[in-house]
Design a protein around this ligand. Structure first.
Ligand code: HEC
Ligand code: HEC
Length: 514
């Protein structure tokens, strides 16, 4: 598969190779002997979470001894899933003839881990490792051309569907698996080039809507229970997740169908307050994780734990006296090894934003970018105070959700801007991620990302900077809103909305170079 990273890696290899010859043929890369942090440390976990707006329901987590009692999940070799029209002849038969192959477990199988580059490569393996294999007989909808077309499944240059994999755990029985990091964080551009570790665009919520509708994810009662476990907030009487126990099958289907690619109703968020998947490039410099900044990011161990919680662990948190889901016996559950999670963190940290392949070339275009930069830096427009170019186009701070009053003794007060950008506060106030804040997001990679805003309400930058989005008769171009919404104002963040048409165009052209 041709990816921007593969190309970058190729250059790196060439450069590395050149340096290698200069140094008289000795292996140039020094051995890398990292002190691997532990994913779970009770003291670190205890101070990890930014308090929720309703402090008494701030989560507490299980102990490290519980987390470590889970089995290490072996990482099997995985194989691409192709669009049915692009699949090599005899592909599935070939897969059926292959032996299972474990690449990384805790019984001695591991990829080469000598240099830092080895660790980073191994981390990409973890990034791509799916975690929930299903028999092929349950996965036939991934071969349904009509469905793939209807949900807008992106297809990579080589005909594969990035973010989905076949794994072989038993010979003769390939399984289709999802929920690798890439399922939500790998982006396929219109020309089929893929970019990993960003806001992905596999329409996962729409696949799940189909599975809900066709009974693949259980009956209505099962959907209600799962939704309550994932999102329930019994302490709110008027929140987006308050009535989940009364929802009908149609409501589940419609809420999921309403989520465009790049937007997903993550656990602890909600079906009526989905989240746009985050940009992971540049994350090493970010102080908080997630749109509401609900986890601190103090170093690799926080990202390692986040990876585990994000895919698995956080639904076993308790919120005050509320325990959303019965705690399973740890031996029945799987986890990353410290090594695997560390390699994953190194991989994600190593990635930078690929440059826009269509940079401004003509004198006119260059002048437009220069003008856009001026608009951005203009103190009247204030962009740079929050999206600081010196810090990856964010100031790493938290802004207030409308209506939230920060307690005077808030532990993060040094990093809180005492103002609100005025976007819809529901996600930041009425969910299990509700810290009362929206963090200032990075603007890196805007040229390939979207939809924008914490719920992904605006499909493009043109829409985000269109003043008509403030009107009640506006039809959002990204996530439209809860099912049944015909029109909805996308409120707040009014910066740049009063620009002249020319300056707005220049600003957007500049933003697409970041
Ligand atoms: C099912 C979809 C899904 C999968 C699978 C997934 N993520 Fe995410 N991820 C999201 C969404 C959606 C967000 C944004 C959540 C929010 O803002 O509340 C996010 C946010 C993040 C963030 C926070 C970044 C920031 O700056 O806010 C990190 C880090 C992250 N994911 C890493 C990972 C890693 C590593 C993996 C694999 C171990 C992974 N994700 C798997 C959907 C997913
Ligand atoms: C007071 C701080 C502040 C200022 C000033 C500000 N922003 Fe933002 N910006 C934010 C916050 C906070 C968000 C996220 C809001 C949300 O998701 O609810 C955001 C979101 C964005 C997004 C969407 C990014 C994404 O990942 O979804 C873009 C693009 C953006 N800002 C560009 C700009 C530009 C250009 C300017 C100047 C015209 C500007 N901002 C001024 C704080 C600010």
């Amino acid at each position: 598969m041709k990816t921007a990273d593969t190309i970058a890696a190729l250059f790196m290899t060439l450069l590395g190779g050149a340096a290698h010859f200069v140094s008289a043929g000795e292996p140039s890369a020094p051995a890398f002997l990292p002190v691997i942090p532990r994913i779970y440390d009770d003291a670190e976990t205890a101070t990890w979470h930014v308090p929720l707006a309703l402090g008494k329901v701030s989560p507490s987590f299980l102990t490290s001894s519980y987390f470590y009692a889970r089995k290490v999940r072996p990482i099997y070799r995985s194989y691409p899933v192709y669009h049915p029209d692009r699949e090599p002849a005899g592909y599935l038969e070939k897969l059926k003839s292959l032996e299972p192959e474990v690449l990384w477990d805790d019984t001695g199988k591991r990829p080469k881990l000598e240099t830092e580059a080895d660790w980073i490569r191994a981390g990409e393996l973890v990034y791509d490792a799916p975690i929930s294999p299903q028999p092929l007989s349950d996965s036939l909808h991934f071969r349904d051309r009509e469905l793939l077309k209807r949900i807008g499944m992106p297809i990579a240059t080589d005909g594969s569907l990035p973010g989905l994999h076949y794994v072989i755990r038993t010979k003769g029985q390939p399984e289709l698996a999802r929920f690798s990091c890439g399922t939500c964080h790998t982006r396929v551009l219109p020309d089929g080039v893929t970019i990993k570790a960003t806001q992905g665009n596999l329409p996962l919520a729409r696949i799940e809507a189909h599975e809900n509708r066709t009974g693949k994810s259980g009956d209505e009662a099962a959907l209600r229970l799962a939704a309550f476990e994932y999102h329930g907030t019994p302490w709110f009487t008027n929140g987006p997740n308050t009535k989940l126990k009364d929802w009908t099958l149609d409501q589940f289907v419609q809420a999921r169908e309403a989520c465009p690619p790049g937007v997903y109703p993550n656990h602890n968020g909600g079906l009526l307050v989905p989240a746009r998947a985050a940009e992971l490039r540049g994350i090493k410099e970010r102080r908080y994780l997630d749109g509401t900044g609900h986890m601190r990011h103090r170093g690799p161990s926080d990202l390692m734990r986040f990876s585990d919680f994000h895919q698995w662990g956080s639904i076993y948190a308790s919120f005050g006296t509320f325990q959303p889901q019965a705690i399973p016996e740890p031996e029945t559950q799987e986890r990353y090894s410290d090594e695997q999670a560390y390699a994953l963190a190194l991989y994600v940290y190593s990635l930078t934003v690929p440059p826009n392949p269509n940079p401004p070339r003509t004198t006119e275009d260059k002048a437009m970018v220069a003008r856009g930069r001026e608009v951005f830096m203009d103190s009247g427009n204030r962009c740079a105070t929050c999206h600081d170019p010196k810090q990856g186009f964010t100031n790493n701070k938290l802004t207030l959700a409308s209506g939230f009053v920060v307690p005077a003794d808030h532990p993060e007060k040094a990093h809180i801007m005492p103002r609100s950008v005025g976007t819809d506060p529901a996600f930041a106030l009425l969910t299990r991620k509700g810290t009362g804040f929206y963090k200032v997001p990075t603007l890196l990679g805007l040229w390939y990302r979207g939809p924008f805003e914490h719920n992904g309400s605006c499909a493009t930058l043109e829409d985000w900077f269109d003043p008509r989005r403030l009107r009640d008769d506006y039809v959002p171009t990204g996530w439209k809103g809860p099912p049944g919404t015909k029109t909805r104002a996308v409120k707040g963040h009014e910066f740049g909305l009063d620009l002249s048409a020319e300056d707005r165009k220049a600003l957007i052209t500049f933003l697409r170079t970041l």
